[in-house]
Design a protein. Structure first.
Length: 129
C-alpha cells in the first residue's frame, strides 16, 4: 500500500529527472549551435589572403584564357559552363573563390592556384560587369 508520503517522494524524483533531461538537452543544443557557428565564422586562410590582394584584370584574363575558356567560352559568354558576366554581382567573392578552388559543382574541376592568381581572376570577372 502506498502511503501519501512515499507517493510524493516518487513525484519529487520524477520532477528532478525531467529537469535533468531538460538541462542536458539545452546544453547539447547550445553546444551544437556554438560549434556550428565557430566552424562558419572561421575564415579559410586562402580566402583571407586572396581578398587582401589587389588583382590585375589583364593577368586574370590571361589565366582565364588558359584555364576556363574551354567551358565558359572565349569571352566568358558561357558554353558548357554558365555565362560569367554579372557573376560577381550574384555571387560573393568568397563564393567564387570557393567555386574555383574546391570543385564543389562537377563537372567544373577544382583548381590549385596561388592567391595572387585567384585575385587576378577575380579582378577579371569583376571587369566583365
Ligand atoms: C570542365 C569545365 C569547366 C572549367 C574548366 C571551368 N568551369 Fe566554371 N563552371 C563549370 C560549370 C558546368 C559550372 C556550373 C556549375 C553548376 O551547375 O553550379 C561552372 C560554374 C562556375 C562559376 C559559378 C557561376 C554561377 O553563376 O553560378 C564560376 C564563378 C566559375 N565557374 C568560374 C570558373 C573559372 C574562373 C574557371 C577557370 C579557372 C572555371 N570556372 C573553369 C564548368 C567549368
Amino acid at each position: 500500500m502506498n502511503s501519501p508520503s512515499s507517493k510524493s517522494l516518487i513525484n519529487e524524483n520524477q520532477k528532478i529527472s525531467s529537469w535533468r533531461i531538460f538541462f542536458l538537452s539545452l546544453t547539447t543544443v547550445l553546444l551544437l549551435v556554438l560549434f556550428w557557428n565557430v566552424g562558419n565564422f572561421k575564415q579559410d586562410p586562402f580566402i583571407t589572403e586572396t581578398l587582401s590582394i589587389q588583382g590585375e584584370a589583364l593577368t586574370g584574363s590571361r589565366l582565364f584564357k588558359i584555364n576556363c575558356v574551354g567551358c565558359h567560352g572565349i569571352s566568358a559568354q558561357g558554353l558548357v559552363g554558365p555565362d560569367l558576366h554579372g557573376a560577381t554581382e550574384e555571387l560573393s567573392d568568397k563564393k567564387i573563390i570557393n567555386q574555383v578552388i574546391r570543385g564543389l559543382t562537377p563537372p567544373m574541376p577544382s583548381f590549385e592556384i596561388e592567391p595572387q592568381s585567384m585575385a587576378d581572376l577575380l579582378a577579371y570577372m569583376h571587369s566583365l560587369n
